[in-house]
Ligand binder design. Structure first.
Ligand code: CAA
Length: 379
């Protein structure tokens, strides 16, 4: 747990090389232009990075979430938007692995794991964010089909994805009335509205999704009617580990940039890292990153060992994303005026860090998950 095996080290190196080769050259331009390149995502897939925990039977590497977290951290060090793409395209895979049937897995998993297909996850709506169980999109059974109507919001890969896992209401109000569906990107009645103009993570497209009598075969329902909320929650439990790993990559990248600068930059005849005010900032960054990485790897290890991991994943998500926000903010400070310019990547990393405290459940929702779990232990 505290050291990486030779295989894990080789995987980290492969992920680092792929990220630098495929993504580094266009990160700055794509942030400025808010541009996502599906071909770059597909090349990460060709390098084996889009299905790390997916079984080899379904085209993945068949490794664990510890390895998945390591890979995502490496991608995030170079291009956080693509780390999120790998994580989000992983959600349909983790869902199908646990709740899908063989026919659904055979249809979608190999393409998703190879990165040839892009996946997406559609839970949130304009009026349903943290209170996910209040979603209003409906799925009405008509013969051998379901007809979906509603609007989904904040959809990563909206308009780009080949397959969307959509949560829609088939029953009464609340979580028990929700079901999960596979909605292919070319489904008639599926369209896309506003693309959000965001502060950060700007190479990751975030788009409104509109379902107007979108009709899919009943065989595209994932599991039984009424389990959709549990499908979504359990996918997010896993997803939160990948968001933590993305935040770690952001934080590590910012700290390394600030550290190199603090060694090279001289003021008052000495490197600024030798001023305690700067050196201690870097030391505090290292402490926070190490704490968050240990928690993230523990959550992954618990999942890999089929142990309860939901509250630990929530802790890791909180710790790593709060760490990324604090570290990137201090990293800008270490560089002073230079840190505030686009000459260095730190201002972008700081903008990217902010959304990590929001996606896949705000850090306030993570605290709800943690507190409820604590309460159960004390009751
Ligand atoms: N795993 C499996 N099932 C679960 C579960 C879990 N972790 N948590 C809850 N459930 C199921 C249970 O069956 C539960 O029923 P029981 O009480 O009978 O066991 C049922 O769901 C209802 O659970 P709650 O009463 O806890 O539900 P709640 O309405 O109080 O909500 C919440 C809890 C934690 C606040 C939840 O709504 C939540 O996580 N909200 C945040 C949503 C979120 O993360 N959205 C992000 C969307 S994706 C994104 O950001 C971008 C992207 O592109 C991916």
């Amino acid at each position: 747990m505290f050291t990486l095996s030779e295989d894990q080290q080789a995987l980290v190196q492969a992920a680092r090389t792929a990220a630098l080769t495929e993504l580094a050259a266009t990160v700055k331009e794509d942030d400025e232009r808010e541009h996502f390149r599906k071909d770059q995502f597909q090349r990460l897939g060709a390098a084996g990075l889009c299905g790390v925990p997916t079984s080899e039977d379904w085209g993945g590497l068949g490794l664990g979430y510890v390895e998945y977290a390591l890979v995502i951290e490496e991608i995030a060090k170079v291009a956080p938007s693509y780390a999120v793409s790998v994580a989000v395209s992983g959600l349909p895979q983790v869902i199908l692995a646990q709740f899908g049937n063989d026919e659904q897995r055979a249809r979608w998993m190999p393409g998703l794991a190879a990165g040839e297909l892009l996946g997406a996850f559609a839970l949130s709506e304009p009026g349903s964010g943290s209170d996910a169980a209040s979603l209003r999109t409906t799925a009405v059974r008509e013969g051998e089909n379901y007809v979906l109507n509603g609007t989904k919001f904040w959809i990563t890969h909206g308009g780009y994805a080949d397959i969307y896992v959509v949560m829609a209401r088939t029953g009464g109000p609340g979580p028990k009335g929700v079901s999960a569906f596979l909605v292919p990107g070319d489904t008639p009645g599926l369209s896309f509205g506003k693309k959000e103009e965001k502060m950060g993570l700007r190479a990751s497209p975030t788009v409104e999704m509109i379902l107007e009598n979108a009709t899919i075969p009943a065989s595209n329902r994932i599991g039984a009617e009424g389990i959709g909320f549990s499908v979504a929650m359990s996918a997010l439990d896993s997803g939160r580990i990948t968001i933590a790993a993305t935040a770690l990559g952001i934080a590590q990248s910012a700290m390394d940039c600030a550290g190199r600068y603090a060694v090279a930059r001289k003021q008052f005849d000495q490197a600024i890292i030798d001023f305690q005010g700067v050196g201690f900032m870097l030391a505090d960054m290292a402490v926070r990153i190490e704490q968050a990485r240990l928690l993230t790897h523990k959550a992954a290890w618990l999942k890999d060992n089929q142990l309860p991991f939901s509250p630990t994943a929530a802790m890791a998500k909180c710790a790593a994303t709060d760490c990324a926000m604090a570290v990137t903010t201090d990293a800008v400070q270490v560089l002073g005026g230079y840190g505030y310019t686009r000459e260095y990547p730190i201002e972008r990393l700081m903008r990217d860090a902010k959304v990590m405290q929001i996606v896949e459940g705000t850090n306030q929702v993570q605290r709800v998950v943690i507190a409820r779990n604590l309460k159960r232990g004390w009751e």
